[in-house]
Write a protein that binds this ligand. Structure first.
Ligand code: PDD
Length: 278
């Protein structure tokens, strides 16, 4: 298979970067994952807008205008033009002698490739999740390739045979290690408000819009650890997660949330989501 690296399509094993690339050495870079349903881009503009936001936030100059066309070439070269797939792209600061400050005038490193994704059948799956302390930095709105805190958090649930680690900071549940989280209580849905404590999930934003379209009350208000016992239903969202029901949550070795039924509200949201991605 092929990857796009700094302007050329290369066989994966021929694509090389410098050991002094700041992406490799310092995790100095950002990334994006964008979905394709049967070869058709879904919310691509929003993903590119977030990519540009992240570039701006870390002060990296990179022209993203070619990406819109390149993503389709990535699918084609991977033989995924008529499949469910995703495109990964990352921009790192580039190669420079190792310094704590960010050097001027270095060439960013741009990598992109398409990979197959399972986007069908999410409505018949569910997750068991672990609740764990959020040890990430204070700019979680930046989709950085500095992944250490996310992967360490995710590994905790993975080692227990669970599907995702949900994070809390100062008693507030923020998001998952790679997904956004929503809580249903009575007739309302709650999710953490936008800000530096969470990634501004594209699927999150789309689902908030769906709730408004369907007349479901949605509040951007965080849920506290102490409120978990009063929650009726939980679901996570994300590019490849879509809308995933959570049927159990483990915290400090105990099950603190369990639910096996699915409300009409969640069924409606999932089928509306499916319709929009047809
Ligand atoms: N992750 N929160 C975090 C920390 C994430 O890493 C992700 C997505 C989300 C959901 O965002 P979106 O709806 O825009 O995909 C929330 C991607 C898919 C990944 O890491 O592969």
């Amino acid at each position: 298979s092929e990857v796009y690296l700094n302007g050329s399509w290369l066989k994966t094993e021929e694509a090389k970067i410098s050991v002094f690339d700041r992406g490799f050495m310092h995790g100095d870079g950002i990334y994006e994952v964008t979905p394709f349903y049967n070869g058709m881009a879904f919310l691509l503009e929003d993903h590119l807008e977030r990519l540009n936001y992240c570039l701006e936030q870390i002060g990296l100059n990179f022209d993203t205008s070619e990406i819109k066309n390149l993503v389709y070439e990535a699918l084609e070269r991977a033989g995924l033009s008529n499949s469910d797939a995703a495109v990964y792209m990352q921009i790192s600061r580039g190669m420079a002698p190792r310094t704590h400050f960010i050097p001027n005038d270095i060439q960013p490193t741009f990598l992109m490739y398409a990979f197959p994704a399972t986007l069908e059948g999410f409505e018949n799956k569910s997750w068991k999740v672990l609740l764990s302390k959020d040890l990430r930095w204070h700019r979680c709105d930046i989709k950085t390739t500095s992944w250490l805190a996310n992967t360490m958090a995710n590994s905790k649930s993975h080692e227990l045979g669970l599907n995702e680690t949900i994070l809390y900071r100062d008693q507030v549940i923020t998001e998952g290690s790679h997904s956004s989280i929503f809580f249903i209580k009575g007739n309302s849905i709650y999710t953490h408000p936008e800000g530096p404590a969470i990634l501004l999930g594209i699927t999150r934003k789309f689902v908030i819009g769906l709730c408004r379209e369907l007349g479901i009350e949605i509040r951007e208000k965080p849920v506290l650890l102490s409120e978990i016992g009063n929650i009726d239903e939980i679901f996570c969202t994300g590019t490849t997660t879509q809308i995933m029901q959570v049927n159990e949550m483990i915290f400090e070795g105990k099950s603190v949330f369990k639910n096996c039924r699915k409300s009409e509200t969640l069924k409606k949201l999932q089928s509306a989501f499916k319709e929009k991605t047809l």
